[in-house]
Design a protein around this ligand. Sequence first.
Ligand SMILES: [Zn+2]
Ligand SMILES: [Zn+2]
Length: 68
Amino acid sequence: MDCFDCHMNDQMTAAVGVCRSCGAGICPTHAHAIPQPLHHLNGTGVATRTCAARCLLCTTCLDAERSA
Ligand SMILES: [Zn+2]
Ligand SMILES: [Zn+2]
């Protein structure tokens, strides 16, 4: 699969990942890894796990996420 954002610019770049939001293939230039805190329920309420998971987003979805 090729990077969708590069493809839109008439470039062919191999994708290294997939945007979690829109499913587009993304190359290292267009991929953004966002730490994703995980929550779980324990006896007294919600606790955040000490290690954050990872969320890959393309540039477009990252902009959309930050514009909210
Ligand atoms: Zn790209
Ligand atoms: Zn996306």
